[in-house]
Design a protein around this ligand. Structure first.
Ligand code: UGA
Length: 434
């Protein structure tokens, strides 16, 4: 919405939320998310044509277009628990929109949703007997955290799905017109509603599948003496495969990949396609296995016991350039270290507050430090879990001197120079390297 406000001064953009503290933070100098470039953009348009508030009903009534961006977490109860999306917030929002509206509007699904969710929204909005009509449009988001601003300013594509009726097409065009202020028309794709909803799940499933594919091969590399980075480079040069999203890692995290694939799996099961469901479910299984087997590798290298050993965890965010820790592999690593009675010390450039919240139930057994040098002092091992680029340029000699020996480094992101570290005296383990 901040980018829309910036690129389209002719539109008034109002963001509303039930969470007053969050809205207050968005109105302050300290935004509630860390995202490179975002603060400058928000500051340039806030109070001009971008507003944050909690007056939901009035804002609904005033709006011509509503982007619904409420959360759709994985259901934790009842049918489909652990896989299906919990759509209660979507439904509540649809009812809220209906109750607060005196005139019809375009309602845009921005949240990632299971296929055919628009149908449910439509039933609520258009079968009320209230005499006003709504158009539902799907406009899934493809930005990635950490690069959100550049992804939005220069998207590979914008996808807009709508009904194939005259009104449906007009509503799609209204939304396309917004993006056309800065996105070339040929990159604005329009489809039917269901293709748009499913494309979002499909895109994330394909991206995650690439990571699981390269990670599965990383295990074979470790056995055979091949190097997974060399393999990624060699296969990525094939233009049919492409070089992106082939970086072997300790596992993918984030609020989207796992949730969306589970949702896809649930849909396949629901529609009687168990083979397709199993196919995609394995992308997640490989991912979890990758994280767990990495911790086991570390354990084996440390004489099979890490009880009472201080272990520095470098990075807790699910990727660099964000403070987001949702489904972060580092979180799983820390839990496994605790299971082994190790003493983890976590350091991160942006995510320590979220780390403390996530580990609240075990907070007495975990330490936190803003300073990586401090975190590594007297540690038996450093486990690098997030690819913050600062880690590549740390004074590793200084870190080595301060650690217990033998000093181990596990590079869960393959961003360090292993040969150099070995020269310093470290025992070094990388992903997909013998
Ligand atoms: C992902 C998609 O990339 C976006 O297109 C999508 O819009 C978004 O989900 C969403 O559905 O909202 P995001 O989760 O923010 O974006 O970040 P990614 O860059 O996709 O990274 C996801 C995870 O995969 C991270 O833990 C990252 O470190 C890991 N990763 C990524 C790898 O391990 N290897 C790679 O080669 C790439």
């Amino acid at each position: 919405m901040a980018i829309i406000a910036k690129k389209c001064p002719q539109y008034q953009v109002k963001i509303v939320d039930i969470n007053e503290a969050r809205i207050a933070a968005w109105n302050s100098n300290n935004l509630p998310v860390y995202e490179p470039g975002l603060t400058e953009i928000v500051e340039s348009v806030r109070g001009k044509n971008l507003f944050f508030g909690t007056d939901i009903d009035a804002s609904i009534n005033e709006a011509d277009i509503i982007f619904v961006s409420v959360n759709t977490p994985t259901k934790t109860f009842g049918f489909g628990a652990g896989k299906a999306s919990d759509l209660q917030y979507i439904e509540k929002t649809a009812r809220n929109i209906l109750a607060a509206s005196d005139k019809g509007k375009i309602v845009v699904e921005k949240s990632t949703l299971p296929v055919r969710t628009a149908e449910s929204m439509e039933r609520i909005l258009n079968n009320s007997g209230k005499g006003i009509s709504f158009q539902i449009v799907s406009n899934p988001e493809f930005l990635a955290e950490g690069t959100a601003v550049t992804d939005l300013e220069n998207p590979d594509r914008v996808l807009i799905g709508g009904h194939q009726s005259e009104e449906g097409r007009a509503a799609v065009e209204e939304i396309a017109k917004i993006y056309a202020n800065w996105v070339p028309r040929e990159r604005i794709i329009t489809t039917n509603l269901w293709s748009s909803e499913l494309s979002k799940l499909a895109a994330n499933a394909f991206l995650a599948q690439r990571i699981s594919s390269i990670n599965s091969l990383s295990a074979l590399c470790e056995k055979t003496g091949a190097n997974v980075d060399e393999i990624a480079n060699a296969i990525g040069k094939d233009s049919r495969i492409g070089s992106k999203f082939l970086k072997a890692s300790i596992g993918f995290g984030g609020s989207c990949f796992k949730k969306d694939i589970l949702n896809l799996v649930y849909l396949c099961e629901h529609y009687g396609l168990p083979e397709v469901a199993t196919y995609w479910e394995n992308v997640i299984k490989i991912n979890e296995w990758q994280t767990t087997r990495s911790v086991k590798r570390v354990l084996r290298s440390m004489f099979n016991t890490i009880a009472n050993k201080k272990i520095a965890v470098f990075g807790f965010a699910f990727k660099a350039d964000t403070n987001d820790t949702r489904e972060s592999p580092a979180h799983m690593v820390v839990r496994e270290l605790l299971d082994e009675h190790a003493k983890p010390v976590i350091t991160d450039y942006k995510a320590l507050a979220d780390a403390k919240r996530d580990l609240n139930d075990v907070i007495d057994n975990v330490q936190f430090s803003e300073d990586p040098y401090e975190a590594a002092k007297d540690a038996h091992a450093v486990l690098l879990c997030t690819e913050w680029k600062q880690y590549a340029t740390l004074d590793w000699q200084r870190i080595y001197n301060s650690m217990s020996k033998p000093a181990l480094i596990f590079d869960g992101r393959n961003i360090l120079d292993g040969e150099q570290l070995k020269k310093i005296g470290f025992e070094f383990i990388g992903i997909g390297k013998a």
